[in-house]
Structures are given as C-alpha cells and as structure tokens.
Design a protein around this ligand. Structure first.
Ligand code: HSE
Length: 436
C-alpha cells in the first residue's frame, strides 16, 4: 500500500477552447471516480486564458479567481503538480511546456505539432527534472495509441504503420467517393459541418497527418522521425474522375500515413493512395481514423475510432492526467523517451517502389499508346492494365488510365517528365501511388 502524502493533486490548465473546456467538465463531472483512481482529489488551481476566453459562457459560470491571462502568474500559482496544455500550435505552447517541465511539473498535452517538432527536447527536459510528459491525445483523439506503443507493443519489431489519421480529409474523400462530388464541394461541406477549419491547409495538405506520423514512427522505430523527414502530398489534386476509375479498378482512395521499416532504412510518407477496396482501411469512412500496425510478434493490429472532437480527446487527456497524478504520488517521472540518435537512415522518396495509377489526356490517334508505353518501357516500368474511356471527338482527344506493376519512384518521375514532353500528350492529369 502506497502512503499518499498528498491531500490533493493540483492541475493548472492552459487554454479554455473546446478540448480544455471539456477537460474541465470531466474533472467536475467525474471528480469522485477520478479521486478514487488517483487516491486523492484532482483540483483545478488555475486556468491560463486569453482575454477573449473570459467571455465564454463556461468561463462566466466558473470562479473568476481561477483565471489569469498572465503566464507568470499562472506558473507562480502554488500547488500545481500537473500542467495540462490544450491551446495547440507551436508557440507559445512549446515555451509553456518547457517552463512547466523545468519547474518540475508533470505535463499533459494534446499538441501534436509541439510533440512532433520538439518531442525529443521536451522528453529530455522531463527526464532531467524527474517528471513526466504525456501526449496520448496528440494522435488519434481518444484512440489509445501512444500508450500501446510505449507498453503493449514494446516486444515487437514494428515493420509497418498504415494510418488514416486525419478525419477531415477522410470525410472529404468519402464524400468524393460516395457522391461523385469534386474536392471543392466536399471541402465546403466539411467546413459547413465544422470538420474542416476555415483555413483547411493543415488538414488537406497532409501537414496534420505528418505531425501525427512523426510521433507514431518515432515511438515505433525508437528513433526520432521529424516532420521534415516525411514525404508529403495532400488531397487537393484529386478529382472525381480518379474515384470513378479507382472504383472500376477495385480500389478506394485514401490519404494514408505510411511508415515502414526494413533492415536498412525507414520509409515515411503521407500522400493519397489507391488501396484495394476489400482491405480493412478502405472501409474506414467519414471522420473516423484507423491505424494498422504490423509487428513481428503481434501480427496485424487495427486501432479504430474517433480521431478528433472534444469528448474523445478529453478521454485521452484525462487518462494522462490520472497517470501523471499517480506518478506525482509515487514521486516518479517519465521512463520512456525517444532516442535522439539518428539510427537507421530515412529512405529517399526517389528509392521507394510501388505500383502507379496514371491518368492522361492524349491525342486520340494511332500510335499514341505505343509512344507512352515506350517511354515507360525504357525506364523498366511495366504496364499492368490500360483503360481508355472518354473520347472528345471534336477535339480528337482521349483520356487514358494506365496501371503499372511495381516501379521505382525515381524512374516513374523521369518517365512522367518525358511523357509530358510528347506532343501527343495534352496533360498528365494525375498520378497516384498504389499500396497493397
Ligand atoms: N484536424 C484533425 C483531423 C483533428 O481532421 O483529424 C485534430 O488532430
């Protein structure tokens, strides 16, 4: 039996947005259950807000003494054991987290950008000061991921992660596939429903997914994978025609975050892919997230659930708070951190090997396909199937779709440059990698 010297555990909260607001609700609504788990009550001692947060109905309903807009006052508040940060963005969040850890406070954050970019330095700081840094809510909302990688999957050599980790883009792609609408209209709907931000760049360009993959890959491969190590393409260049062809060929289109490990190197990328329509990930629709992990012992494990939203995210934040509170009582800090050591190299994108889908607009006359096939053949790219569908008789153009066998990215990029130079080729409308 642990002798608990503390009467309560003090929480300092940074932010009062939708996630932080829900964290406050849970601390109040589930106070008894949480106190039972921890061994003493969790008490909210101070909330660092922006002036505009004070007019929120939730703030108005709370004791005004709890709030401060001044960071120095927040950090000087006595009795804070755990700082919970839920403001998002890189700065000032990273400065706040560094300050909290340096002050010997345990930290819980939902901030994927800060963890992806500064995880190693923050985890090192936490270790130096004998405290913990927890970030379960940073990836996949309420889906347990960080904890399984740190504990349950530890005995595995992880060979691959294949993840739908951005709900906004998965919602957009699902609408494009189901309703045949174009990207702009699907994005518009996502914005109307509040899934996509007014400025959707981080989601639709794959930046959000890149932060999340950087965190998962660092945990899985026990080495630091930085966001800039990850090859990234967004979904804005996809057209409804790509979805029609994908369906005809037996594929779904998803924005996948992929991390693979071989004996020599690590491969990390975020981009749209064709995946077989009967695969598990192809069936993950709407705003849901799913993360498929392959380990040498465990085989394939699929994590599925709501990857965003106040309720699921608060589930992960509060679990971290309870774990941190238990550590406060035990007087221990983080034991697990990513190595900053370089480890295996990151495979350059030019060296990856996949199958490709190509959609081209070409002149509709004899010998055109032969010219394209020759360029591909000269680069050892083998064609597996060809479709010709749309023929504009007036303009004498046709749309052709080529599926290839596995080929090296470098060869494919060179071939595409050469194909684009052919006078018979009006446009390379799209090319999408295939993941099987
Ligand atoms: N914007 C993210 C998504 C949720 O659409 O999944 C926050 O990580």
């Amino acid at each position: 039996m642990i002798n608990n010297p503390k009467q309560s555990i003090g929480i300092g909260l940074i932010g009062l947005g939708v996630i932080a607001g829900q964290v406050v609700n849970v601390l109040i609504d589930k106070a008894d259950v949480l106190a039972e788990q921890v061994g003493c009550p969790l008490v909210l001692r101070k909330v660092k807000v922006l002036p505009q947060d004070l007019s929120r109905p939730q703030a108005q309903a709370m004791d005004s003494q709890l709030f401060t807009t001044d960071a120095d006052e927040f950090f000087a508040t006595p009795g804070i054991d755990i700082v919970v940060e839920a403001i998002g963005g890189e700065s000032p969040a990273v400065e706040y987290l560094s300050r909290a850890l340096s002050d010997g406070k345990h930290v819980v954050t939902s901030n994927k950008e800060v963890i992806a970019k500064h995880g190693v330095e923050l985890l090192t700081l936490a270790q130096q000061h004998g405290v913990g840094l927890r970030y379960e809510a940073a990836v996949g909302g309420g889906i347990p991921l960080i904890s399984p990688f740190q504990r349950d999957l530890l005995a595995n050599n992880i060979s691959g992660i294949y993840a739908i980790i951005n709900g906004t883009t998965n919602f957009i792609l699902t609408r494009m596939a189901r309703d045949g609408v174009d990207f702009a209209s699907a994005l518009n709907r996502a914005q109307e429903l509040g899934y996509a931000e007014p400025n959707p760049r981080d989601d639709v360009e794959g930046i959000d997914a890149t932060y999340k993959l950087a965190i998962l890959a660092s945990l899985a491969f026990h080495r630091q994978v930085r966001p800039e190590d990850i090859y990234r393409e967004g979904i804005s260049r996809l057209s409804s025609r790509d979805f029609q062809y994908a369906r005809e060929l037996g594929f779904a289109i998803k924005l996948l975050a992929i991390a693979k490990q071989s004996d020599e190197s690590i491969e990390v990328r975020v981009h749209p892919v064709f995946i077989p329509e009967d695969s598990l990930l192809a069936k993950v629709d709407g705003v849901y997230n799913a993360i498929l992990v392959e380990g040498d012992l465990v085989g394939k494990v699929l994590f599925f659930g709501e990857g965003a939203g106040a309720l699921p995210t608060s589930s992960a934040v509060i679990a971290d708070v309870v774990a941190a509170a238990q550590d406060v009582i035990l007087g221990i800090g983080s034991k697990i951190r990513w190595g900053a050591q370089p480890g295996k190299g990151i495979k350059p994108m030019s060296e990856i090997k996949t199958r490709y889908y190509l959609r081209l607009n070409v002149a509709d006359r004899p010998g055109v396909l032969a010219q394209i096939a020759k360029v591909l053949g000269d680069r050892l790219i083998s064609i597996s199937s060809v479709i010709q569908k749309l023929t504009d008789t007036a303009a004498q153009t046709a749309e052709i779709v080529i599926m290839t066998h596995p080929a090296q990215e470098k060869a494919m990029k060179q071939a595409l440059e050469e194909v684009a130079q052919l006078t018979v080729v009006e446009e390379i409308s799209n090319f999408i990698r295939v993941e099987e």
